[in-house]
Design a protein around this ligand. Structure first.
Ligand code: ATP
Length: 248
């Protein structure tokens, strides 16, 4: 039976500065409770796709000119990023984006700013984040800017968790991290998916690891989806092997 989508992106076009067409009709679906990978080389349009979903393009003078984006049955193009977070869809940006001068714990607490369910519930979720990321508990009073790259990446994911998301749009979680740490981050993604039911759209250049954790993948080239399929099938696809997995 076809899985219920939590997110569907239908034929979106994105233009930067009124002239540069960067997404040329992108469609994709993330099933409820799924992990879906959005793959492609640097500049293919992965970040732009995530920002279009989160409605974060405006700040960069990019705009969605065509198509629809549906989250849990509702069109969301006109929602602000904060409204979308309140509905349960949040983006973790590329490059960690911690508040360097704040402590790790204060960074996590900023993730709860859209919530209206009171201090006790928020405290309980902070404890949950520390359960998933014991490292952050150890570092909770450290200034985030002085923690390691891996710690900053998990702080960013932990902060997103503080908004009680149903879905996380995770941009390039492997970027700049040692292979061992990359594996740890993906293990956490898997756990959050299995234990908390969080759905993920993962934008990744690291095709190999993304296709080990995702169930389904889309490959983006120059603003178009050129191939999609079950992760297993993509891993066995000759073009994917040659161009994205580095094995001919
Ligand atoms: P990356 O690995 O760098 O995140 P990506 O696949 O996410 O790559 P995008 O960042 O979405 O790619 O960029 C897609 C295209 O849009 C690129 O050609 C890029 O140069 C262009 N682009 C991105 N941001 C802007 C902007 N603010 N103004 C104009 N062009 C932009």
């Amino acid at each position: 039976e076809p899985a219920t989508p939590i997110l569907s992106v239908n034929n979106i076009e994105v233009i930067y500065d009124h002239v540069i067409l960067v997404l040329k009709g992108v469609s994709l679906t993330v099933p409820k409770g799924g992990i879906t990978a959005l793959l492609g080389a640097n500049g293919a349009g992965k970040t732009t796709t995530l920002k279009a979903i989160s409605n974060l393009l405006h700040a960069e003078r990019g705009e969605v000119t065509k198509g629809t984006i549906v989250f849990e049955g509702d069109e969301i193009q006109s929602l602000s990023p904060n409204q979308l977070v309140r509905r349960g869809c949040i983006q973790v940006m590329e490059g960690r984006h911690c508040f360097g001068h704040l402590s790790v714990e204060d960074n996590l607490m900023t993730g709860a700013f859209t919530r209206r369910d009171g201090a006790a519930a928020i405290r309980a979720d902070l404890d949950l984040v520390y359960e998933y990321f014991p490292r952050l508990k150890v570092r909770r009073t450290s200034q985030a800017g002085y923690t390691s790259g891996g710690e900053q990446q998990i702080t960013a994911i932990g902060r997103a968790l503080m908004s009680k998301p149903k879905m996380i749009l995770l941009d390039e979680p492997s970027m700049g991290l040692a292979p061992q740490l990359v594996e740890e981050i993906f293990e956490i993604v898997k756990k959050l998916n299995e234990e908390q039911g969080v759905s993920f759209l993962l934008a990744e250049q690291n095709t190999n690891i993304a296709l080990r954790y995702a169930k389904y993948g889309y490959i983006l080239e120059s603003g178009r989806i050129v191939l999609d399929g079950e992760a297993q099938a993509l891993r066995e696809n000759e073009d994917v092997k040659e161009f994205y997995l580095g094995v001919a």
